[in-house]
Write a protein that binds this ligand. Structure first.
Ligand SMILES: NC(=O)c1ccc[n+]([C@@H]2O[C@H](COP(=O)([O-])OP(=O)(O)OC[C@H]3O[C@@H](n4cnc5c(N)ncnc54)[C@H](OP(=O)(O)O)[C@@H]3O)[C@@H](O)[C@H]2O)c1
Length: 295
């Protein structure tokens, strides 16, 4: 029997590409999505690549739908080898322009949703004494930035969850792997951008800075050479190598900034990198360019 993998948020972007790529690598893929209107496009893309994917409804904020998808998969395949926690939403805007309700919704999808899906698969992996849980975090889980404080909070929290869970379940034969992509052109940067209502209000005291920071982000998206396939290859690696690392960063620019943060003295990084990011937004045209690599 081929190894079975459940992927959340497979209707677009990285989740869709991971579903197709992992199916091409021989996995039995259960591509889940909260809205099945994306199912035809995924089936068609799978047909183009001469592979099959099984599509199930799953909304990470709806426990009943999680349990149903996991039950279906287990009754089809006898268990679950891999889980890719990919589904997530964005929320862009300066903190004061975000409402508590928007932030809660973000945490429901990006953190509590991940925890619920993970909780549902763990008993099956424990019984099998094997399994791989992949968390799609972000460079935004390692470095904060402006205009994405709430999003970064969810990804920093996800990093803490993954790192701690890894210690709890490794003795049971289950490995947790955190994949940290840099900026990649997906629907995240168009239809699913998640701009907070208050951030689009010209009366916001942050309006001009936010607008400038969005322009900066768009430039970085256009300049990024990292692709959804790069993330799919990292996920494949995490699912297949005997002894995966806890973290894999995907993308050259993101890796560079995180390496800088690790190797140069903290005060230098904070003084030069963060100050430059701020200046690029508050005094556009006057700052030099290390970038603002957060998605
Ligand atoms: N693209 C980047 O630059 C980048 C960089 C670093 C990390 N990431 C992370 O990578 C992951 C995938 O992002 P992406 O770039 O592929 O963006 P995307 O195209 O917007 O994909 C996100 C997917 O999550 C799904 N989703 C949202 N809420 C859900 C819910 N409650 N239940 C189930 N599915 C839900 C969306 O479904 P709908 O189609 O129904 O909305 C969509 O298919 C996210 O966790 C994101 O934070 C992305």
């Amino acid at each position: 029997m081929r190894e079975s993998v459940l992927i959340t948020g497979s209707s677009t972007g990285l989740g869709k590409e991971m579903a197709l790529h992992l199916a091409q690598q021989g996995f039995r893929v259960y591509a889940t999505m909260r809205d099945l209107s994306g199912a035809d496009a995924l089936h068609a893309a799978a047909k183009d690549r001469s592979v099959e994917v099984h599509i199930l409804p799953l909304d990470v904020t709806d426990k009943a739908s999680i349990d149903k998808a996991v039950e279906t998969m287990v009754s089809d395949t006898g268990g679950i080898y891999g889980l890719v926690n990919n589904a997530g939403i964005g929320l862009r805007g300066y903190f004061e322009d975000l409402t508590a309700a928007e932030i809660r919704q973000l945490f429901d999808a990006n953190l509590f949703g991940v925890m619920e899906v993970t909780r549902a698969v763990l008993p099956h992996m424990r019984r099998a004494r094997r399994g791989r849980i992949i968390l799609i975090s972000s460079v935004a889980g390692r470095i904060g930035s402006l205009g994405v404080s709430a999003y970064c909070s969810t990804k920093f929290a996800l990093e803490g969850f993954g790192e701690s869970l890894a210690l709890e379940v490794e003795p049971l034969g289950i490995r947790v792997v955190i994949v940290e992509p840099g900026i990649i052109q997906t629907e995240r940067w168009s239809t699913n951008r998640g701009i907070a209502a208050g951030a689009s209000d010209p009366n916001s005291p942050y309006f001009e800075w936010f607008r400038q920071s969005e322009k900066e982000a768009d430039q970085l998206v256009r300049a990024s050479s990292t692709t959804p396939t790069d993330v799919a290859v990292a996920a494949q690696h995490a699912l297949t190598v005997e002894n995966p690392k806890l973290r894999y960063m995907v993308g050259r620019k993101a890796s560079l900034v995180v390496a800088l943060r690790r190797y140069i003295p903290r005060e230098w990084f904070e003084r030069f990198y963060f100050k430059t990011v701020m200046r690029r937004v508050t005094r556009p045209g006057k700052a030099s360019r290390p970038g603002q690599p957060v998605s």
